[in-house]
Design a protein around this ligand. Structure first.
Ligand SMILES: C[S@@+](CC[C@H](N)C(=O)[O-])C[C@H]1O[C@@H](n2cnc3c(N)ncnc32)[C@H](O)[C@@H]1O
Length: 315
């Protein structure tokens, strides 16, 4: 496999994220979403000879780039694993509770979106795959071929926030009975015809494609597990920085951080005799949600939807 596929990724919130980690020269850091290593390289620049960085990615092309970096820099190691399995990886390396900082820069990279062969794109035709790790799990084509209509509608609605999810799922199921879907452009065309209200400036298949991608890669489930695992992996005083690209991700991050910094949401019925237990925060929030600067927005339109939240472990 070639390391450079010719598709580049511009790192979002590069300086902001690495600053948020407050890198200590001899610290041990985890980059849960190595991608093309933009954040990892800047973390390495801030580390001294005794510092360590462990990178994770599911994607074989990201891993190839990571292995090339690891060959040049002995302080860096990369593993092809989901960050949801970070707890096991850290335990195997004897690092549980010793990590100084964890970064998640969520979602897909530009090379994944731009390379039609990866099957994420409704604009450029390719095989209907969408897996970050194509060697594991169920591709988008297999899901679309076998899932019940209600499940397809749920994925479009819950993960794509598509208003016309039911109609679109119906159209997909009617068509698959005639001929299975194998290509992204074919699916995009059927979704486009089934969508009665096109949003200005947005391809009518955008939301359904987002839903499929999130489902195929278990993105929200991985995030929930990964956040818990990251917190356990951190030492007291260690930092967690998470960059999200859509409201579903950001909501999970925001609620996770709020719960641990400010206490459980009080959703118990009123007048219930509950024993009062003082809340002891596990983390403190560092600053408010951060967004890309004007200059970054100009240089990289993909940064438009980025939101970063940062926390520090207290106990
Ligand atoms: C937005 S890109 C990260 C870009 C990276 N920060 C850089 O500067 O090059 C997200 C990357 O995370 C990977 N990824 C997404 N979810 C993952 C997960 N649960 N576990 C491991 N890698 C994941 C994707 O394959 C992709 O390469």
């Amino acid at each position: 496999m070639t390391i450079d596929s010719g598709f580049n990724h511009i790192t979002v919130l590069l300086n902001e994220a690495v600053e948020a980690l407050s890198v200590r020269a001899d610290g041990c850091y985890l980059d849960g979403t190595f991608g093309r290593g933009g954040h990892s390289r800047l973390i390495l620049q801030n580390l001294g000879p005794d510092g360590r960085l462990l990178g994770f990615d599911k994607d074989p092309q990201a891993i190839a780039t990571g292995q090339a970096l690891a060959a040049e820099d002995g302080r860096f190691v990369v593993v092809q694993r989901s960050f949801a399995e970070l707890g096991a990886e850290v335990a195997e390396r004897g690092l549980a509770g010793k990590v100084s900082g964890v970064l998640f820069d969520l979602g897909v990279s530009s090379p994944q979106l731009d390379d039609p062969e990866r099957g994420f794109s409704f604009l450029n035709d390719g095989p209907l795959d969408m897996r970050m790790d194509p060697s594991r799990g169920v591709s988008a084509a297999e899901f679309i071929a076998t899932a019940p209509e209600e499940e397809i509608a749920r994925v479009f609605k819950e993960y794509g926030e598509e208003r016309f999810a039911k109609r679109m799922a119906r159209a997909v199921v009617l068509r698959r009975e005639q001929q299975p879907f194998t290509r992204t452009a074919d699916l995009a065309e059927v979704l486009k015809v089934a969508n009665p209200a096109w949003e200005k400036g947005k391809n009518p298949a955008t939301r359904a494609f987002q839903g499929l991608r999130i489902h195929v890669n278990n993105e929200l489930g991985d995030l929930e597990t990964g956040l818990e695992a990251a917190l356990d992996a951190l030492e007291v005083g260690g930092r967690l920085a998470v960059i999200s690209f859509h409201s579903l991700e950001d909501r999970i991050v925001k609620l996770f951080m709020r719960k641990l910094a400010k206490g459980e949401q009080d959703n118990l019925p009123r007048n219930l005799p509950v024993q009062y237990k003082p809340f002891e925060p596990r983390i403190r929030l560092i600053g408010k949600a951060q967004f890309a600067s004007e200059a970054e927005l100009k240089a990289n339109p993909r940064s438009r939807s980025a939101v970063m939240r940062v926390a520090e472990k207290l106990r």
